[in-house]
Design a protein around this ligand. Structure first.
Ligand code: AMP
Ligand code: FE
Ligand code: FE
Ligand code: ZN
Length: 282
């Protein structure tokens, strides 16, 4: 069983359409893939239609933008009821603020001499939940930086960088409760990804465990071996499960689907906690 519980489509900052993502998952030999676009469920229906008859199982999910003590963090949510109004309203709030903030970042990049435009970013993002990776692609197109990842430095888009503008991000304890209230299962995405900026303390993770967090995403390319060991120990202490996933973004990042995976027993335990939606079996 090959299980990858973190992947993005062009409903957010991935480059595969949901249909292409399902094809990529099959090509990678996966048995289970979760679609976890940033702050949106817009890709769910297309992905569900695409798994039909393939034998692949789709876990509908999302990755929520959160912030605590000024530190940005991501919360994965699986198998929640997408129609539950309180959680849907919070996703909508974050998505809406992404537009204000996207325009502000583009403005800032222009002040810093980068010849990009909001129209260009809109073209790149299409219908996707707009974010810094789309602006990074615009900077690549304009020849300002060579790669998307080169745009994530203090010179440009990195947290605290010259052209970084914050967006509305949910308090993670509130987000954990919203996900649970919608019947979903909340998992802390890449909690030790230091290359993205500051990370939260073990105390914050303990508080989230008390609020209803289910698991930590331990096996992730942004974690070194020492970080993984520490997170595994912390999860054991707090009674949390541990997952592993690729965080695939299509051609916008170099990571491949299935590069990190989740243990089948952990997967079953997560699904057993969900009451908001069922896995979509192809
Ligand atoms: P946003 O949601 O607009 O705040 O942008 C965050 C997204 O940017 C993340 O989901 C990643 O896809 C991407 N990202 C953040 N840090 C990096 C980095 N150091 N290198 C490449 N991509 C990054
Ligand atoms: Fe992303
Ligand atoms: Fe993330
Ligand atoms: Zn992600």
């Amino acid at each position: 069983m090959l299980i990858d519980l973190h992947a993005h489509s062009n409903a957010s900052d991935g480059t595969d359409s949901p249909t292409e993502l399902i094809a990529s998952a099959l090509a990678a030999g996966l048995d289970v893939v979760a679609l976890t676009d940033h702050d949106t469920v817009a890709g769910h229906a297309e992905a569900a239609a695409a798994v039909r008859g393939t034998g692949l199982t789709l876990i509908p999910g999302a990755e929520l933008s959160c912030q605590v003590d000024g530190i940005s963090m991501h919360l994965l949510a699986y198998l929640f009821d997408p129609a539950e109004p309180e959680f849907a309203a919070e996703r909508e709030l974050v998505r809406t603020d992404r537009f204000r903030r996207g325009r502000a970042i583009v403005e800032r990049c222009r002040e810093l001499g980068a010849p990009i435009s909001w129209e260009q970013v809109e073209r790149i993002a299409g219908a996707g939940s707009v974010g810094r990776p789309h602006i990074a692609s615009a900077l690549v197109e304009a020849g300002v930086v060579a790669t998307v990842s080169d745009a994530f430095t203090r010179d440009w888009l990195a947290n605290g960088g010259r052209a970084d503008v914050r967006k509305h991000e949910t308090d993670p304890a509130t987000a954990v409760r919203l996900v649970r209230a919608a019947g979903g299962v909340p998992v802390f995405a890449h909690p030790g990804a230091v290359k993205r900026g500051r990370t939260v303390s073990d105390q914050v993770i303990a508080d989230l465990a008390a609020a209803g967090l289910a698991a930590l995403e331990v096996d992730h390319l942004d974690h070194d071996e020492e970080t993984r060991e520490h997170l595994r120990g912390l999860a054991a202490e707090l009674g949390l499960l541990t997952t592993g996933s690729s965080d695939y973004h299509g051609s916008r990042k170099t990571v491949r689907l299935g590069e990190c995976t989740t243990d089948p027993g952990v997967y079953e335990a997560l699904v057993a906690q969900a009451t908001g939606a069922r896995p979509v079996t192809g």
